[in-house]
Write a protein that binds this ligand. Sequence first.
Ligand SMILES: [Zn+2]
Length: 263
Amino acid sequence: MSRPTPGPPVGRNGPQPASRAGGSRSADVRCAVCGTESRQSRFRPVPPEGAPDLDLRPGEPLRGTMAAWLQQCPHCGYVAPEIARAHPAVIEAVGTAPFRALIADATHPPLSRRFLAYAYVLEETGALHAAAEATLQAAWAADDARKPELARAWRGEAVALWRAGPPLDTEQTVRVVDALRRSENFEDAGATAEQLAASHPPEAVAGVIALEQRLIALRDSGRHTVASALPPPARRPHATQSNIARRDGAGWWERLRRIFRRK
Ligand SMILES: [Zn+2]
């Protein structure tokens, strides 16, 4: 019934875009926690075309597909990208009072609740950084639902989870800085940005951090994209307009991933 690993994580910045066209397919799925069968869609991500936010929330069209990133069992409430799989620790977690309270809390936007439930499950399995990602995604859903207080609180929780886990890499630190700025923890955001800037990061990361530092100085807690921090990619002479849009979006994504992954 269960496997030793949780379902495939939604991953950093949401599902990783596939090279082929996206969409979703429905199928009957048996919940790995309670055994109930339900109709679920399996999400196939599309590559983002627009520039990502400074916390690497993907641009459209991937941005607008968050409702399809996670499956939820209608019987026990278990949440994961694929509920047919579950870590053994998850089966116990889903039955606990805090989990039941999370999925039933009507004061939270429904989509945020789903990401928080997934974060809870991940935290119970010890995957603190993945839990931080899911908590940040709950904040994105709160942004969309125009619940700024909840979004601020969940950004703060995401930072706490990141910092409770293993040492952070450059990408994670950039996102911690942005989450701190957007939750109006400007002092902590400034100190964290300064530390990262002093570590002589690659030029593009330095550009993002310099923008963060300007925004922190202005006490600006708003949403900004990396397009404001980095020079635009070069135009390709023989591409059609739609190809340019597509490639530039994917280009942003690929460039950032390359930059952040660089050792
Ligand atoms: Zn279930």
